[in-house]
Ligand binder design. Structure first.
Ligand SMILES: CC(=O)N[C@H]1[C@@H](OP(=O)(O)OP(=O)(O)OC[C@H]2O[C@@H](n3ccc(=O)[nH]c3=O)[C@H](O)[C@@H]2O)O[C@H](CO)[C@@H](O)[C@@H]1O
Length: 504
């Protein structure tokens, strides 16, 4: 480990020597921890980071004044649709996707380095369970969808294929995530195919460009945003690992969408057949202020304008058909070819501009007392994963139905949107629809048939509770054989055991 002298000299070069101001008071343990935290920070990069943050703070807040004039919706030839395509086209896309999966050419990358501040839990979001009858966590649902999609590809192509799962964590999430996976025996995935890697951290900075000490022996660090993916892929030679495994196509997704279709064969197939090097799944925005980024073009180049960076006026603009003009909501489900990721890492990553978030950052005052600020006092800088869309040669967007594929868990139970309750409802209502489509009937506790209402708005109580394990069905397929014409008491948990019993 570097000595205090070395680290102090490096901090001096970065103009951040104040980070060692309590050194004399620290015991050996905290001293070592502080040095370990400071050692990886390159002086020039740290200086630039702090200066950039302070400069960003001087610029007026809100969206750039000329943004609205530079924005256009995506051109229609760049948009494909799962909801508006005929069954034969969907079948072709799906077939292509399964073909690539069976050839071991598809991997998934989970972005799981975020802190989940809005949800208000201290552990990684993926470990959260929204109160499903099975009590499965988000990580478990995702693991089981991987197992099922592998199985479906194997059945179609007579192979034994693997969809490797790369999980980007941060200092906050790596330890508990790794522990959780071990405790659950990697949800019966081969642990060699689950690769966890860590993104970088950056110090939070005061408005005048000084990195913040959270404690006498600890810098206030935050992950460098989900666009930290590209540096992290390079830091941990993940693309090399993908290359060794023969992976060509990568599905990147965010941790909190309970309906996420990992390695979705339809999306993969669409992207491959259209020759996309980069693509994003989108849903129709639910309302103008919905906190989702908008996939659109800026100066003719495909990009995402984040919800925090679009003006309300622009978000509310209407198209001639009465719908929102900027209607294509980003659901943080992206497709990249490995080749594109390689080019990004080699050429474009340094061009990604960090986004600025002004936050309340706990700190120690000059006397060393901990302070919890009541108003924002610090700046966090984050890169965004979608900022690489502008470098794609053939960018495509792919529209999917919200009720099929998007219900994010962002807020605590008290919120009326994007909460554990709405996520649970979305999943159960999807499974209830699948069961009805497959011909199931539900009974109340007295044996009377319950009403069958397949298209309920999300907030309504479902007539019956039905949860279908991803190990039984990935996207509603294969259920008729168990359910057609059968009557079930609510709640029904259709898992592997239940299926075995139904078979016999
Ligand atoms: C920048 C970005 O993608 N924004 C999207 C994100 O917004 P949103 O603001 O919801 O983004 P989050 O902060 O939840 O992060 C998205 C994902 O990135 C991960 N993460 C975040 C920060 C970090 O340093 N490391 C990391 O891995 C999170 O764990 C999460 O899986 O999801 C919305 C849909 O739900 C989209 O409409 C937004 O356009």
């Amino acid at each position: 480990m570097a000595s205090e002298r070395d680290v102090r000299a490096r901090l001096q070069r970065a103009g951040q020597e104040h980070l060692l101001r309590f050194w004399a008071e620290l015991e050996p343990g905290p001293r070592a921890a502080l040095l370990a935290e400071l050692e990886p920070l390159e002086p020039e990069a740290l200086r630039e980071h702090c200066q950039r943050a302070a400069a960003a703070c001087l610029r007026p807040g809100g969206p750039p004044p000329d943004l609205a004039a530079r924005l256009r919706p995506l051109s229609p030839e760049r948009v494909g649709s799962a909801s508006r395509s005929d069954p034969e086209t969907l079948r072709l896309w799906e077939e292509e996707g399964f073909h690539q999966i069976a050839l071991n050419k598809v991997a998934v990358v989970l972005l799981a380095g975020g802190q989940g501040t809005r949800l208000g839990v201290t552990y990684p979001k993926g470990m959260y369970q929204v109160g499903l009858p099975s009590q499965k966590t988000l990580y478990q649902l995702q693991a089981e969808r991987i197992r099922r999609v592998e199985q479906l590809a194997d059945e179609r192509h007579g192979t034994r294929c693997t969809v490797p799962w790369y999980i980007m964590t941060s200092e906050f999430t790596l330890g508990p995530t790794a522990e959780f996976f071990k405790e659950h025996d990697f949800f019966h995935l081969d642990r060699n195919n689950v690769v966890m890697f860590e993104q970088r951290m950056l110090p939070a900075v005061t408005f005048d460009g000084r990195a913040i000490l959270e404690r006498k022996d600890k810098v206030a660090m935050a992950p460098d945003g989900n666009g930290g993916l590209f540096c992290a892929l390079a830091d941990h030679q993940i693309l090399e690992d993908m290359e060794r495994r023969g992976v060509e196509f990568v599905h990147v997704y965010c941790v909190d969408n309970i309906l996420v279709r990992l390695a979705d064969p339809v999306f993969i197939g669409f992207c491959v057949l259209r020759g996309a090097d980069c693509a994003a799944k989108v849903v129709e925005k639910a309302y103008p202020e919905e906190p989702v980024g908008v996939v659109c073009q800026v100066d003719g180049v495909p990009q995402v304008v984040e919800y925090s960076e679009i003006s309300l006026e622009t978000a509310r603009l209407r198209a001639p058909d009465g719908g929102l003009l900027y209607n294509t909501g980003n659901i943080c489900n992206h497709f990249f070819t490995r080749g594109f990721l390689q080019t990004v890492i080699r050429e474009y990553e340094p061009l990604l501009k960090p986004h600025v978030a002004v936050k309340k950052v706990p700190y120690v005052d000059e006397e060393g007392n901990p302070v919890k600020p009541l108003k924002p006092n610090g700046i966090k800088m984050e890169k965004f994963v979608f900022d690489v869309f502008q470098f794609a040669e053939n960018f495509m967007a792919f529209e999917v139905l919200r009720e099929d594929e998007f219900s994010p868990l962002k807020n605590a139970s008290s919120a009326d949107k994007d909460s554990p309750t709405t996520a649970r409802q979305a999943l159960l209502s999807q499974h209830y629809r699948w069961a009805l489509q497959a011909g199931a009937h539900f009974l109340d506790s007295k044996g009377a048939r319950l009403p069958e209402l397949p298209s309920l708005p999300g907030s309504e109580e479902l007539p019956a509770i039905c949860e279908i394990s991803p190990l039984v069905s990935y996207s509603g397929e294969g259920l008729e054989v168990y359910l057609r014409g059968q009557e079930f008491q609510s709640p029904l948990i259709l898992d592997e055991n239940c299926v075995r019993a139904l078979r016999s």
